[in-house]
Structure formats: C-alpha cells, structure tokens
Ligand binder design. Structure first.
Ligand code: DMJ
Length: 629
C-alpha cells in the first residue's frame, strides 16, 4: 500500500498521460480517415501547397541562408580577402541598406552611407593654436567650424552629411547623373586609346597611337584602378585586374623615381586594396614597397630620388646629390599605411625620420621650405626660393594629411602646417589687377615674383580640408578666394584651359590679370583645380563649383580629346584654332583628373567620405586610421 500522497501522484500521472496519448491517437486516426476520403486531385493540391510553404519558408529564413553562404564562418569571407589581423583589415565600403535610394549614384558597393557619423571636428589631440580646440571634446562642447560659427561637435561632425543636403529634386538629379555619365564616358574614351595603343605600358601617346615608357610598369593602368572602381566601370576594372595578376612584375632591372612610384603605384595599389578588399593589390603593394626601401640607405636618411627595383640599389640624379623637398616629404601617407597593413614598422620609421629631420632644419622662412635637400648632409640646399609650386607643393599638403591620417595626434605636423599657412599669408599672397584676384606668388632671394604654377591650385582644396577638420575659419575664406583665382586661370584663356604657369599683373593700369609666357602656355591635363573644386563643393555645396568644373570638362573635351581614343596634353592654351597636341596622356589624367571630376559632380557626400579617407597627392584614398591606433 502506497502512502496517500504517492498514490494521488501515480493515479494523476497515469490518467493524464493516458488521456493525452488517447486523444493524440484519436486525432491521428481521424485525420488519416479524412485524408483517405479526399479525392486524388484534392490530395495533390494540398501536398503542392504544403511544399510551396516549406520551400518559401526556408529560402526567406536569414539564419539558414546565412548559414549556407557561410556568412558566420570561414566561407563567408570574400574570396580574396587576405587574412589580416582585425585592425589591419581594409576599410571596405558598407553594403547597401535595404532602403532604396535611387538618386544616389556610384557603383553599388559605394552607395548608401547615410548612416555614417564620425568625429570630424578633428580637434582631438590638438593643442592651442589660437583656436578653442581644447573644448572640442566628445561631450558636444562648442567648437569653431570653418564658417566661424560656434557649433556643437555632433553637428560639426556632419559637415559632410548634414550641411550638405543632397539635391533630390528631379532636375538636379538628372543634371548630376548626366554629368557623372559624361565623366564615365570621358574615362571610357581615354581607356579605349590606352587599351588599343598602350596596353600595359606607362603612358598613351594618343596622336601617334603608340605609347611612352617611363618605368615600364603599366603606370596608367595602376593609377587608374581605383578610378574605375569608383566610377563603377566593372568590365574595365576586371580586365585591368587580370593584367595586374598575370603581367605586372616588379622584378625588373629598372630605375624608378621614388616619389612618383610611391604616389602612383604604391598609393594606387593600396587604395585599390582598401576599396575592393582584394589581397592581390596588397601583395603587389608590399612587393613594390619593399623594393623601394633601398632609397633610404643614405648617410643622412634623407632618401635618394631614384631606386633600381630589380637590383636593390639607389642613387641621386647624375648631376647632384640633392633630392627634392616635396618628393622626400610626400611619400609618408603611403609608407605609413604599408606599415599599418603589414605590421612591419620599418616603412613608417623610414619616412617619419625624414619628417623629423625636416621639422628641425634651419632654413625655413615662416614655415616655408626651400626646394632641395642634400642626401649626404641632410641640409637644405639652393636656399632662397620659396614656392607652393613645383618641388615644394605636396610638402604642405602632406603635413596636413598625415595629421589627419594619424588621427590628429601628431602635433609637430600640425604646427608645421599652421605655421606654413601663416607664412603663405605673410609672404606669398597678393592681389592682381584689375580684378583683385588673390594669388600665391614666389619668393626668390627676397624678391617677390607674381608667378603661380597650376600645381599651386591644390592649395584651396587642402586649406578647405583643414578647415573642415577644425582649423581656423580664415583658411576656408582663403580657400574660396584661391579657387576663384584657379578657375580664372582657365576662364581667362581662349581655350578655357589653364596654362602650366600664370604670371599675375599687380601694377596699376594693367588690363588683364594673367599673363602667360610662351614657355608656359601648355596644359598637361593636370588635376589640381578640379581637385580643389571637389573639396570646395563637398564642404560648401555651392553649385558654382560644379558649374566651373563642368565648363573645364567641356573644354578638355573640346581641345584635348583625340577622336581615335585618349586625351592629349596641348602646347598652347591661347589658340583654340590650333592648341597643338603634345601627344601624351599623363597617367594622372585617369588617376586624378577624371576621378575628381566624378567626385565633384556626385552629390553623395559619402562617396569616398572625407571623414573616412584622406587622398594621397595622386588622388588615391587612404583610410584615416581609427582613433585607437
Ligand atoms: C601628380 O603626379 C600629383 O598630383 C603630384 O603631387 C603633382 N603632379 C601631378 C599632377 O599634376
């Protein structure tokens, strides 16, 4: 006999369990009976419907699909992503969001970036430069924008996205799209010439339908890779990638210029790696990067200008042991990035040693540097000339851009940049007559020369970029004045294309602002003005910058386009009837000029967001390092 509690328990259990089993059995039997009573057609219909439901359910289940595609595991990696430590992974563009944003242009993977919000006020890590920089902490305290207004940091970080409302009325969208298509068309035309007559060689000679060789490394093709990616030219990109994979070899007994091969080849490969995630480009970048290192084996650690990438030897030009200041100080973005990606500090150490030395050198005037530096002594030579043009230009550009790349912590770089901008204002700025255009001249042994290279037209863009990152508001004002001047260097020529060098009139009674010397009236399809128009448009959204760029593109098409394919530099911007083609398409026309046109005409502020990337001096976007690094 069981105790009462135990009995109750047993009887209850048996009874419940029994009734459950019975009812299940009963239901099964009754279902089966009903099923048998159905006609064959009815049964088939039901089975078919059930099948449909089952298949539909499986294919729409994100978990299952993700599993099949291996999204959570090994198979989910894009096939070509190299196995890097997490922090060195390429910064890949986000995948498109669910919401269709039909008016955003650009290749699919580069679209949709509305959600991005990063710290852009760019004031962290900066000490007092007469700005209220200390207040620029993450607490949303007031900071000074380039407009001079006090804004909250959370808003300051939006200069790319918020102040720059996308024009979404149908007319604006159609206009933007037609201009973007015009750039794609121009690219395809240039590419057609390169493909037909210069494939795998350095530069197209479009008139003679042949090619020119500089390093023998397919310079145009490499320089153009990320442009094709950004323009969404998939077929062209795939063909070029194939060439890089199959044909490109750096194991060649050839002398290359350290600076040119760094900014075009190393820079082009690194940016293409970051945009695509394709490890092929990283491997090639590592190869060329390490082959360029012998350039730094000098007594002073200031690199030689030339390296033989096959033999591993390096030297100065035959006639001197000097290097150019801009060249030795404009390779840093690329080598620093190579160190970050490989985990090997040697590249970064070599280029930062150059910066450290230049930072300390005597011979600067108000932050302005001479044009030459000696590889034996490490000292400036041929002192006395100060310019923002050839041989010094990108020194200034890279001071700012390294500071941005490194997360705004390297104070010496910022100090040197700010001092140099003050130097430009104090020593090199003047106004022309009769129109009062602000221009940047040169100092030569104490004498001011009103000569301005087209190369100087990088400066408005760089100043605007600095202002975007919280540098003084008057940098932006100067940027606006200078871009007007650079535009006038085009608009005042008969072809609407700028000469290589302009001389500005400053004397009373002059009737034109710009004079051009016979030796300077060529146009090499250079990018600097278009580059600056892009920055100014990104930050101000003033449509006139797009309009100016559009005029320039049309004039390139009118005077430099070669019907059989390609574009050519020309000899005379004064003569629309006979601009005299020079028979050369520089690689930077595809690497820079057309890319900046495209970015200028795009109304998507996040198509290569300036809060995520910093462009090297050849227009190859390098990622801005995360703050933790
Ligand atoms: C390019 O190679 C680079 O922009 C460089 O900084 C200056 N010269 C050309 C374009 O003009």
């Amino acid at each position: 006999m069981l105790p009462p509690s135990r009995r109750d328990f047993v009887s209850l259990t048996v009874s419940e369990s029994g009734s459950y089993t019975n009812s299940k059995q009963w239901r099964r039997q009754s279902c089966w009976r009903k099923w048998k009573q159905l006609s064959r057609l009815q049964r088939s219909l039901i089975l078919f419907t059930l099948m449909l439901l089952l298949v539909g359910g499986i294919t729409t289940s994100p978990t299952l699909i993700g599993h099949w595609r291996g999204e959570n595991g090994y198979d989910g990696k894009p096939p070509f992503v190299v196995n890097l430590k997490n922090e060195y992974r390429p910064i890949l563009p986000e995948l498109p969001s669910e919401k269709k944003d039909y008016h955003r242009r650009g290749p699919p993977v580069l679209q949709n970036h509305l959600q991005i919000k990063t710290n852009v006020s760019g004031l962290l890590g900066v000490e007092n430069h007469g700005l209220d920089l200390k207040n620029a902490d993450k607490g949303g305290k007031p900071v000074i924008s380039w407009r001079g207004a006090v804004i909250k940091e959370e808003h300051a970080s939006d200069t790319d996205t918020k102040d720059t409302e996308i024009q979404d009325d149908p007319a604006s969208i159609a206009l933007a799209e037609s201009r973007l298509e015009a750039v794609r068309e121009a690219f395809r035309h240039a590419w057609k010439g390169y493909k037909n007559f210069a494939w795998g060689h350095d530069e197209l000679k479009p008139i003679s339908k042949s090619y020119g060789e500089w390093f023998g490394l397919g310079l145009t093709l490499i320089d153009a890779l990320d442009t094709m990616w950004i323009l969404g030219l998939k077929e062209e990109f795939a063909e070029a990638r194939q060439w890089v994979a199959k044909e490109l070899s750096f194991d060649k007994n050839v002398d290359v210029n350290l600076f040119e091969s760094t900014i075009r080849i190393l820079g082009g490969l690194l940016s293409t790696y970051h945009l695509t995630g394709d490890s092929l480009f990283l491997e090639k970048a590592k190869d060329i990067g390490s082959r360029l290192m012998p350039a730094f084996n000098t007594a002073s650690k200031i690199p030689y200008s030339d390296v033989n990438i096959g033999k591993g030897t390096a030297h100065s030009p035959q006639w001197t042991s000097d290097s150019t200041v801009a060249e030795v100080t404009s390779i840093q973005l690329e080598f620093r990035e190579l160190s970050r990606l490989t985990g090997d500090p040697k590249y970064k150490l070599a280029v930062m040693e150059v910066m450290k030395q230049v930072h300390k050198l005597d011979g600067k005037q108000d932050g302005l540097v001479p044009m030459f530096i000696n590889t034996n002594s490490g000292l400036f030579t041929h002192q006395g000339t100060y310019t923002l043009g050839a041989r010094a230009d990108s020194y200034y550009e890279y001071l700012l851009k390294q500071w941005i790349q490194g997360g705004k912590t390297e104070k010496e770089l910022l100090d040197d940049y700010l001092q140099a901008v003050e130097g430009v204002k104090k020593k090199l700025l003047k106004k022309s007559t009769p129109s009062g255009l602000t221009f940047v001249g040169e100092l030569s042994h104490g004498h001011f020369s009103p000569k301005m290279d087209h190369l100087v037209c990088f400066l408005p863009g760089t100043l605007a970029l600095g202002a975007h990152y919280g540098l003084p508001a008057d940098h932006m004002e100067l940027a606006k004045q200078l871009i007007e001047t650079c535009y006038q260097m085009y608009a005042q020529m008969e072809t609407g294309l700028s000469p290589e060098i302009a001389h500005f009139n400053t004397h009373d009674g002059s009737t034109q602002d710009v004079d051009v010397k016979i030796a300077d009236r060529h146009n090499l399809l250079r990018p600097e003005t278009v580059e600056s128009l892009f920055y100014l448009y990104r930050f101000t959204k003033d449509k006139k910058y797009q309009q100016w760029g559009w005029e320039i593109l049309q004039n390139f098409n009118k005077y430099t386009r070669v019907p059989t394919g390609g574009y050519t530099s020309i000899n005379n911007v004064h003569d629309p009837a006979s601009p005299k083609p020079r028979d050369k398409m520089e690689s930077f026309f595809l690497g820079e000029t057309l890319k900046y046109f495209y970015l200028l005409f795009s109304d998507d502020p996040n198509l290569i967001s300036l809060d995520k990337y910093v462009f090297n001096t050849e227009a190859h976007p390098m990622p801005i390092w995360p703050q933790s690094e």
